[in-house]
Write a protein that binds this ligand. Structure first.
Ligand code: FE
Length: 382
């Protein structure tokens, strides 16, 4: 058992002061500070004013700290897992973008192995497959030669034990046959990189699509007579990924979006690539060269190629732009994703939930991270 003392605890949806958090592999409870004496537990005392928060869940992250899902090695996933923990993320979906089939198969195999072995940091929850069944008109940084016209149901079925979330364009599946098969396989269908009209997007949502991938980015825009994918987001109840780096979507829109969609539907994602957590320079993404400069990685033509965002920064950006209470903003990076992925024991700090915990200072820098009760990151050890 561990007893974490000295921080303000984000307990369910409240801020709780003057309490310590008791946990083993799971959260056991919150104990008033005067009542912890004699408890047989490892005492961990936080020295600086800080928040004890549920760990973040990133459902869309290509890479960080020099590695990428498509590296497809155990060493890369180990480094990825640790980089996530340093940024306060305790569970994640390594994300593979449009690539040749052999690279996607290798990535699926690496994620399959990661699901069955201990990792040094954040827990892998499965694969987010982004593409290759997307629209060239909104390809973003996905390499056009590998975009495919017809969903390969056989390949998806073969890897259904690993794929947890799949981004595709509904234009590639007008009959919704593929979408319905995804639902049968327990894979969350998410609409993205798409030229879908409002009507096409609404039809796919009606057929069971559950999310929109990086809302506003790489999709049809919002026009008052042609409301596109963002219009379908507003008119439905799907979850919406948001890359809150201030580059992909203007931060002035964060608060209006919270009001339009409701804060419970916003799922903060980083969409970061291997350049994240590294200095400005030249890096690889999806087999192409990207340049990281002024906080954003871009292709030579200026197209945004993922991000260099860290999850704690996304939370900070959302807090600073909306001035909403911290528990509500943190839920956008944890509880909302847990609900979307149907994770019954992650996403909040409450009795019986996994002890996935991040300690953040008042500026939301990561101090310490615990995954299922084990301390996997401590900034003081760096
Ligand atoms: Fe994308």
């Amino acid at each position: 058992m561990k007893l974490l003392t000295g921080g303000t605890i984000l307990w369910e949806r409240r801020l709780l002061e003057g309490h310590s958090l008791l946990f083993s592999r799971q959260v056991l409870g919150c104990i008033p500070d005067g009542m912890t004496e004699g408890l047989e537990a490892e005492h961990i005392t936080l020295r600086t004013p800080c928040f004890v928060s549920p760990g973040f869940i990133d459902i869309h992250v290509n890479g960080a700290a020099g590695v990428d899902t498509l590296d497809a090695t155990d060493a890369a996933l180990d480094a990825f897992s640790l980089a996530m923990a340093r940024n306060g993320t305790t569970a994640f979906l390594p994300t593979a973008v449009t690539s040749p089939e052999e690279r996607l198969s290798a990535a699926a195999d690496a994620v399959r192995r990661a699901l069955g072995r201990p990792l040094p940091g954040a827990r892998v929850l499965g694969l987010h497959l982004e593409g290759p069944w997307i629209d060239v008109a909104h390809k973003g940084a996905h390499p056009e030669p590998f975009i495919q016209e017809t969903p390969d149901v056989g390949w998806v079925e073969k890897n259904a034990d690993v794929i947890r979330f799949l981004t595709f364009s509904p234009c590639k599946d007008p009959s919704h046959t593929f979408l319905r098969r995804l639902l049968e396989l327990g894979i969350i269908p998410s609409l993205g990189h798409s030229d879908a009209s409002f009507e096409e997007a609404m039809a796919a949502i009606g057929a069971g699509a559950q999310a929109i991938t990086h809302l506003f980015n790489a999709q049809t825009g919002l026009h008052h007579r042609s409301p596109g994918m963002p219009g379908a987001a507003a008119a439905s109840d799907v979850a919406c990924e948001l890359i809150a780096d201030g580059h992909h979507v203007r931060s002035e829109l964060f608060e209006p979006l919270c009001r339009l969609l409701g804060p419970d539907r916003i799922v903060l994602v980083t969409d970061s690539i291997r350049a994240a957590c590294l200095p400005d320079g030249t890096y690889e993404f999806a087999g192409r060269t990207v340049v990281l400069k002024d906080g954003t990685p871009r292709l030579p033509d200026g197209t945004l190629a993922g991000s260099a965002l860290r999850m704690n920064e996304a939370v900070r950006n959302m807090r600073d732009a909306t001035h909403r209470p911290l528990p509500e903003v943190v839920a956008m990076a944890s509880g909302n994703a847990a609900r979307l992925l149907k994770l019954e024991r992650k996403g909040t700090l409450a009795p019986g939930f996994d002890a996935d915990i991040v300690c953040l200072d008042e500026d939301l820098n990561v101090l310490m991270t615990f995954v299922e009760g084990e301390r996997v990151w401590n900034t003081e050890d760096e």
